[in-house]
Design a protein around this ligand. Sequence first.
Ligand SMILES: [Fe+2]
Length: 322
Amino acid sequence: MENPFNRAKEDLGNIVMLEHVNVEIPDQKLASEFYLVGLGLTRDPYLFPGTNNMWINVGRSQFHLPTGDPLVLRGHVGLVVPDLEALLARLSAAKKALADTKFACRERNDYVEASCPWGNRIHLHAPDCERFGPVTLGMPYVAFDVPEGTADGIARFYREIMGAAATVENGGDRAARIMVGPHQCLLFRESDKKLPDYDGHHIQIYVENFSAPHDCLAERGLVTEESDQYQYRFQDIVDLDSGKCLFTIEHEVRSLTHPLFGRRLVNRNPAQTNRSYQLGADEWNWALPVDNSKTGMRAPKAAEAATPFAKRRARRLGQQGM
Ligand SMILES: [Fe+2]
């Protein structure tokens, strides 16, 4: 049968979702001023409500911030947020509360760079369907600075051990790009700068084939934790010929049968305030309309925007002649 479609274009590889980045923080007050007030993100209301940990929702992904000595990712985290101008205004307003910390905020050409009170760097981008998929809020990438000469070996490790889709890019600095979900990737960009020592932060991924990567890692003595039935950890990315460690970043690897997979995360609308309050506008819907033209189907008519409650009530009362 004739096939006009490029089927491989839709392949994800074995890693199907990057869910969270975990960095310890020493002070929930400062973390709240940065992640919640400044970035406009949402504290998970259901899990870890106390002072020993806080989970921060970003669309379908999260930051996990256990309380402890600060950990700093060796690179930066890329986020999509709905509105860069509103973001800059919030960050500017948060400056006072974050004075005397490593907080910083800079407007770049097409993104905003912000540093958390302990120096974790975040690049915040406006929504861009082509680049980041149909979302207005999410975590499309984590970028690591890695030693020169390691990108090829890192891509090979993910391809052969993890079963991931991995390529090497040559534009500017060499970089390994590992697909970790629809419109999500890990970037390992070669740098001649001296890297700080690895301090124990981690990322978490979901994989479809859970056992084969485990067997390959175990055979090489690379599994660092047999967490439970649905999760294991490793941290060294190695050259598959020499066994030499190319880069260290702890991965929490979870199966798709993990009880937390597909959990719905609460995301608030950071523009909602008590003084300009709109009923029905508390929650933020992070999805952008999907281009259905490739399915050959006509897109359904978009649902009408919800009418604010007060208007609906006024209309109902008007119809009742009251
Ligand atoms: Fe984790």
